[in-house]
Design a protein around this ligand. Structure first.
Ligand code: ZN
Length: 386
């Protein structure tokens, strides 16, 4: 079984918002209580199990706090589960030592229906303990085991996941594709398809910078500063969702239609040191791109090939295999050996698609590049000079 995750904005009444905030506060209180105790014991050389902490909490701490009885008891159980996972990640060296949660930052809580399924669907959903809630967006009819409610930039969100049948492999019209991730175009494919950087994204980034400047001018701790910070957080969310939607579109297309997808293992930290590249690369979300490709290739039955970052994909002539230095400002690869001239990124993408083959400079079929625009429709545009 595979899982599909949903996250959607809740349309809460003025009475419901404080209920959500109380539950999130309960979750935070329990998490921090458990973490504090655990940290003290850990400093004393002990390794108390989260199960023990929870037992102690249930029997001796919870009865002392009347307000906890007014809220769903699932909340504290999941708070301990989360704490246990954070500690396990720490010991597995997959995460930093768990941190205390702060109010207003990642406010969230999880509840379930004591083993019974929770039905969601349409615009109204009945949640255990909380009761009926509305969402702005209609959801497909489905059932889930638990739901998480979280707050971001002053809005509340409902998230859950459902089990879906394992996706079956899709027919592949193209055997192998090389993908060059760059600064000028976000992705250039060896087949000639080009995904340009998004205008909507640049605009949103620009507005974000403006809002940040405005916020920084407001007096610290003032109500106006707080309001401005919410605007900044909302814009941050917009920027991230534009970017992620676009990345999803590209990675789904790649995984569904190609037998093998070849990408470069980018040394992102090394590239960030290069000042000119910094912003564009940090923005483009290369890690996210690779993460999506990894699970989608598995889902649709294609394989992902990650090429060593020292492979000089931009320096090799994709036509004859000649190698020369290619400073970043050179946008077109002109080969002194075979006289081919190709867009720099396309040349690199073709090299990636040829990677590992016996003849690295094997000529590929020449096709006019396709520019995939922001809406996903395709227009043809001659980009390189053949
Ligand atoms: Zn050449």
């Amino acid at each position: 079984m595979a899982y599909k995750a949903f996250r959607t904005k809740l349309k809460l009444s003025t009475q419901q918002k404080p209920v959500m905030a109380q539950h999130a506060g309960y979750s935070r209180w329990v998490y921090n209580w458990g973490l504090k105790l655990w940290e003290q014991a850990y400093k004393d050389g002990l390794k108390p199990s989260v199960g023990m902490l929870k037992k102690f909490f249930t029997n001796h701490v919870k009865p002392q706090y009347q307000w906890m009885n007014q809220l769903s008891s699932k909340v504290y159980q999941y708070a301990f589960i989360n704490l246990g996972e954070a500690i396990a990640r720490f010991f597995a060296k997959k995460g930093k030592s768990p941190r205390f949660k702060k109010k207003g930052k990642a406010d969230r809580f999880t509840i379930d229906n004591s083993g019974a399924p929770i039905k969601v669907g349409g615009l109204r959903h009945k949640l255990p303990f909380i009761g009926w809630v509305r969402t702005y967006e209609a959801l497909p009819e489905c059932i889930t085991k638990k739901v998480t409610i979280s707050q971001q930039a002053g809005d509340w969100y409902l998230s859950f996941h459902i089990e879906i049948p394992e996706a079956s492999p899709t027919p592949k019209s193209i055997d192998r594709v090389g993908v060059d991730l760059g600064v000028n175009a976000l992705a250039t494919l060896s087949t000639g398809a080009v995904y340009p950087n998004l205008k909507a994204y640049r605009k949103a980034k620009h507005k974000l910078a403006k809002l940040q400047r405005l916020a920084s001018r407001k007096q610290k701790g003032s109500n106006n500063r707080h309001k401005a910070n919410i605007k900044v957080a909302r814009q941050h969310r917009r920027v991230a969702s534009i970017r992620n939607d676009y990345l999803h579109k590209i990675t789904t297309y790649l995984a569904k239609n190609h037998g093998e997808v070849v990408i470069e293992d980018l040394n992102v930290s090394g590239m960030l040191a290069n000042h000119k590249l910094a912003s564009a690369i940090a923005d483009c979300g290369f890690y996210e791109f690779r993460r999506q490709l990894e699970y989608k290739c598995e889902r649709y039955g294609s394989s992902l090939v990650v090429v060593d970052r020292f492979y000089p994909s931009s320096q090799i002539c994709s036509n004859c295999g000649y190698r020369q230095k290619m400073p970043l400002k050179e946008r077109v690869y002109i080969c002194p050996c075979c006289n081919v001239s190709r867009d720099r990124d396309l040349n690199a993408a073709i090299n990636l698609s040829n990677w590992g083959r016996l003849d690295p400079g094997k000529p590929v079929e020449q096709v006019p590049p396709t520019v995939c625009d922001e809406t996903g429709s395709k227009r043809f545009k001659q980009l390189c000079l053949f």
